[in-house]
Design a protein around this ligand. Structure first.
Ligand code: NAD
Ligand code: WQD
Length: 332
């Protein structure tokens, strides 16, 4: 297939591009590099041993999208978004504009170019503080911050758009907590400044770049009192996008899938596992709970398993070992 990947230089997009190229697809990436760098795409090409087309541009700009969609006939995988929860509380309009505005512009461009298939990066954040875990796709939805609100709105806009024409197909993928890196150590997550997420923070502490991990709360109703999440390896997640593309060829309308392992790990279990993978000790201090955090969030993945034929293959030890290999190779 000819596939346009928005945000293809980012963490999840870059890993997905490698697998798309390896599977023989023709790939064009549109990225404005606001949270990534162009040389990631050179490493993607190197890993896959194939070329891809790069359009430096913004998905909110119709002319950039027209350039990117020239000759791209089959599908769009849409990663491009801003994703920092805290920043979204400080600058909600920037998030509405980039994420929602960008997605509207993208759907309009797809209509102009007759592209009928869309795979969209959604998030477990749309479940808010779920009453019951593991959470299934039909659980109540709730935004607890502006970033989550953009995901909810984008899901709804895509759903309404696909309902307007019988030939359209959209697959909404709700990722839980993606971590890990390509096993080569050539690409991975490279947060700018202080990481918001647990795994990159832990990796920086192990490398000695930060003194200690701040554990946000040890008084949750979980086995060790720290927050429990459903971490999944980015290579497993990337593979799910290929399954979603296959699914979109066979099906019209809009479907939503949870992507996780179905198993939760606490913050302290993550620390222990990373210590084993890295051979380094990871000092931590217990701090108060972080505003907006929930005790436990895990995925019911039965639908993705049955309908997409997708299951995770990599466990916590690979998630930590691959993150560590990548972290050691980053020079900053
Ligand atoms: P990332 O920031 O590494 O990648 C996003 C990419 O999109 C970056 O390369 C950035 O430069 C680009 N981008 C952003 N706005 C753009 C615009 N207007 N025009 C063109 N390019 C633009 O993020 P990621 O972790 O790879 O996340 C990818 C997607 O998955 C996002 O939609 C995110 O909300 C979603 N998601 C991520 C997580 C996670 O924990 N990483 C969890 C759930 C969902
Ligand atoms: C995991 C656990 C923290 C950092 C976020 C977004 C969500 C999605 C994935 C995009 C929690 C604890 C963390 C630290 C800590 N992104 N923690 N010290 O909060 O589950 O989800 O990323 O869609 O929308 O909200 O992930 O990695 O930030 O936190 O103790 O320095 O680690 O309290 O229990 P989260 P996370």
């Amino acid at each position: 297939m000819k596939v346009l990947v928005t945000g293809g230089a980012g963490f999840i997009g870059s890993h997905t591009c490698v697998l798309l190229l390896e599977a023989g697809h023709q790939v064009t990436v549109i990225d404005n590099f606001c949270n990534s760098s162009r040389d990631v795409l050179d490493r993607v090409k190197q890993l896959a041993g194939r070329d891809l087309t790069v359009v430096e541009g913004d998905i909110r700009n119709p002319a950039d999208l027209d350039r990117a969609l020239e000759g791209v006939a089959d599908a769009v995988v849409h990663f491009a978004a801003l994703k920092a929860v805290g920043e979204s509380c400080e600058q909600p309009l920037m998030y509405f504009d980039n994420n929602i505005g960008g997605t509207i512009a993208l759907m309009q461009a797809m209509e102009r170019h007759g592209v009928q298939r869309l795979v969209f990066s959604s998030s477990a954040t749309v479940y808010g503080d779920a009453k019951q875990v593991p959470v299934a796709e039909d659980a109540p939805l709730q935004a607890t911050n502006p970033y989550g609100q953009t995901k909810l709105v984008m899901e709804q806009l895509i759903r309404d758009w696909t309902a307007s024409k019988a030939e359209l197909s959209a697959v909404l993928l709700r990722y839980f907590n993606p971590v890990g890196a390509h096993p080569s150590g050539l690409i991975g997550e490279a947060p700018r400044g202080e990481p918001n997420n647990l795994m990159p923070y832990v990796a920086q502490v192990a490398k000695g770049q930060r003194e200690f991990l701040r554990v946000f709360g040890d008084d949750y109703p979980t086995p060790d009192g720290t927050g429990v999440r459903d971490y999944l390896h980015v290579m497993d997640l990337a593979r799910a996008h290929l399954k979603a593309l296959e699914y979109s060829v066979e099906h019209q309308g809009c479907e939503v899938f949870n992507l996780g392992t179905g198993r939760g790990y606490s913050v302290l279990e993550m620390v222990t596992s990373f210590e084993t993978a890295s051979g380094k000790s990871i000092p931590y201090r217990i701090l108060p709970r972080r505003a907006g955090d929930v005790a436990e969030m895990t995925a019911n993945t039965a639908k993705a398993n049955a309908v997409l034929g997708w299951e995770t293959e990599l466990g916590l030890s690979e998630m930590c070992a691959d993150t560590w290999r990548w972290q050691q190779s980053i020079r900053y």
